[in-house]
Design a protein around this ligand. Structure first.
Ligand code: PMP
Ligand code: GLN
Length: 389
């Protein structure tokens, strides 16, 4: 249909998220889709049974704005158990429509036009558009290739009187790197005495490998006092399509967060909240996630060893980065498209997570997949690239 209005786009430069682009291309080409991050296996029936039960019991009307008390209590208990602090159920936890909404809402609640927000590149793709939508300016710190460690001296040099927020993400998407307790100490030192709010994206909090504990900002008393910490049940319980997550933080920050949340989302799908609250009563479900995905990581890496891709370390998340510099001269976006169309394996090019398109010839594989899917993908890769030597 033709439109009757002339549109001066508010976002003339904004394209379509890479996750949509690559999943669509994968479907078009019949490629094995290791691009967008989602499991290709089912969650446990117990979760679906619980949802059904709550729907039949009539729990189908609006939940309270901040989330149902059953779920808020379960979140507070989990956070206390894992990281120490006990957030107040009434005033310090809010259930959100996934982590993306929590992140957008937190940015909208704190960032004024002209404010600066420090983010780390490669940067998860929703942060910068959210910052710019509310009139803020993203300031880019670098995670240094190839180990993707933060450079705190650089961060110090980027802090200005306009810095309103710093966004951290550990375990880190797309790189699989982690912040350590020492990193948190350095961050705490940098922001001490300032009014900088920290937004900590910890959606992969339960997917940290090799026995390393997750360094949550919840567990660092000084940082927790100025942080909103976000997580996502999509990642934890294999239900990315449910779009449900949460944010915890000090009451004063949460009050500001809720000012935006109440008029943006108001409240989240009630039966899912109840089902997840029931499901959370068995902590081994989140406690076993790291082991579950570590097996998948190791399985995928062992299969990839038969290809000439150079695997980078993967310390958390369900993403594996690989260099292909020895295989092709194509830029990573062209390489990812070629791999999808001609080899039949869809991946994410990492340059899209850099404002300047920095291209280290690295692509991201998602290994949250059944063994047969990972096998099918690596068989195609092995056929396409015969390993020499
Ligand atoms: N942050 C990161 C780092 C992610 O990887 C994702 C999704 N994969 C999100 C946020 C968004 O999570 P949700 O699907 O709950 O919105
Ligand atoms: N976070 C997921 C990923 O990194 C995708 C989420 C999305 O499609 N927006 O692949």
């Amino acid at each position: 249909m033709d439109t009757a209005v002339r549109i001066a786009s508010r976002f003339p430069e904004m394209g379509t998220t890479i996750f949509t682009v690559m999943s669509r291309l994968a479907a078009e080409c019949g490629a094995v889709n290791l691009s967008q991050g989602f499991p290709d296996f089912q969650a446990e029936p117990a979760l679906f049974d619980a949802m059904h039960r709550h729907m039949l019991a009539g729990r189908n009307q609006y939940a309270p704005m901040a989330g149902l008390p059953e779920l808020r209590q379960a979140i507070v208990d989990k956070v206390a158990d894992l990281y120490g602090p006990r957030f107040d159920v009434e005033s310090e936890v809010t259930v959100t429509a996934g982590a993306t909404q929590a992140i957008f809402t937190a940015i909208a609640a704190f960032v004024r036009p002209g404010d600066e927000v420090i983010v780390f590149e490669p940067v998860y793709d929703s942060y910068v558009p959210a910052i710019e939508t509310v009139g803020g300016r993203a300031v880019f710190a670098q995670l240094r290739f190839p180990d993707y460690a933060p450079d705190w001296a650089q961060v110090a040099s980027l802090i200005s009187p306009r810095t309103r927020m710093i966004i951290v993400n550990s375990p880190h998407n797309p790189t699989g790197s982690l912040l350590s307790a020492i990193d948190l100490e350095k961050l705490a030192k940098l922001v001490r005495g300032t009014d900088i709010v920290i937004l900590s994206d910890e959606v992969y909090e339960h997917t940290v490998f090799d026995g390393v504990p997750h360094a949550s900002l919840c567990g660092h008393a000084e940082l927790a006092a100025r942080s909103l910490v976000v997580s996502s049940f999509g990642k934890t319980y294999h239900i990315t399509g449910w779009k449900i997550g949460y944010v915890v933080g000090p009451a004063a920050l949460m009050a500001e967060f809720r000012k935006v949340h109440q008029f943006n989302v108001f409240t989240v799908h009630a039966p899912s909240q109840l089902a997840i609250a029931d499901y959370m009563q068995s902590p081994e479900r989140h406690q076993s996630l790291a082991g579950f995905y570590q097996e998948k990581r190791d399985f995928f890496r062992s299969l990839m060893a038969a290809t000439p891709f150079e695997l980078l370390p993967c310390r958390g998340t369900y993403f594996q980065l690989a260099r292909y510099a020895g295989l092709s001269d194509l830029p990573d976006t062209a390489f990812a498209e070629w791999l999808t169309r001609d080899v039949g394996v869809a991946v994410i090019p990492v340059s899209v997570f850099y404002a300047n398109g920095q291209d280290d010839r690295v692509v991201r594989f998602c290994f949250a997949k059944r063994e047969e899917t990972l096998r099918a993908a690596t068989e195609r890769l092995s056929k396409a690239f015969v390993k020499s030597g």
